[in-house]
Design a protein around this ligand. Sequence first.
Ligand code: CP
Ligand code: NVA
Length: 303
Amino acid sequence: MPKHLRSLQEFTKTELIGFIDRAIVLKKEQKAGKIHRQLDGKTIGLIFEKPSTRTRVSFESAMYGLGGQVIFLSSRDTQLARSEPLKDMSRVMSRYVDGMVVRTFGQAVVDELADYATVPVINALTNRHHPCQVLSDMMTVIEKKGALEDLHIAWVGDGNNMANSWIQAAAVMGFQLTLACPEGYDPNSEIFAAAREIATKPITLVRDPQEAVRAADVIKVDVWASMGMEGEEEERLRVFSDYQLNSELLAKAPAECIVLHCLPAHRDEEITDEVLESEQCVAFDQAENKMHIHKAILEGLIV
Ligand code: CP
Ligand code: NVA
């Protein structure tokens, strides 16, 4: 049976740390000029039903950087748009490629592809989870601040796919997480409850962003309207107006606190241009680390 990456909760702490440690080594080796060829002769298919800059390019670059090949398929390139059953698509793709990296709307799509695949299926973002992004976020935090277990992470904004994956990460890895979300925009309640059952440190939901950041080592923000929610943009601008990460809110956090944003950012909505461009913000290191963590994931899952 192939090992899939549908969400972070399917992995142990040792396995997640394994990806991060390996990504840190691969990053060092690449910067030292070492040529990697572990995936020579292997091919992955990228099936993307939503737009992407970072995840697409960093997965492609990671695969080529390990000596492998990539086939990119947008929704208009496959028979999925014409309702070919997922179980057929998955079994056919499994005959052609050594792994599938999937960005789509419903988590059920990734789950069904994985159920029928004989090669690993990697979740590159659904409405429910964005596990690979949170792995590169955690790698960045470890590089900048050290062991996650000693840190307090604050999430400010929408209880979206990224928030859900951070909640699972906090439970598996054992760090403190405080989320500040407006009422009606909470993270998924089942994910939250399941995470709290296994968590060794507090995972807390509050309404006040100042309360969330007060003791934070890391503040993480994301767009207020995720892909597929474009019709709600106006309403969300109103609802989230008190949740902007600006210099006033950042000043409530400890001075050494760092800021994460998975990008793309809507400047002067969820984060001000000033904070995004400040020394405290590590968004571009995070973006780079996507490529290194994707190498570790591909190397770890594709055999
Ligand atoms: N952070 C991230 O997933 O960016 P893309 O949507 O550009 O892939
Ligand atoms: N929550 C965002 C993340 C983008 C990388 C979205 O789903 O659009």
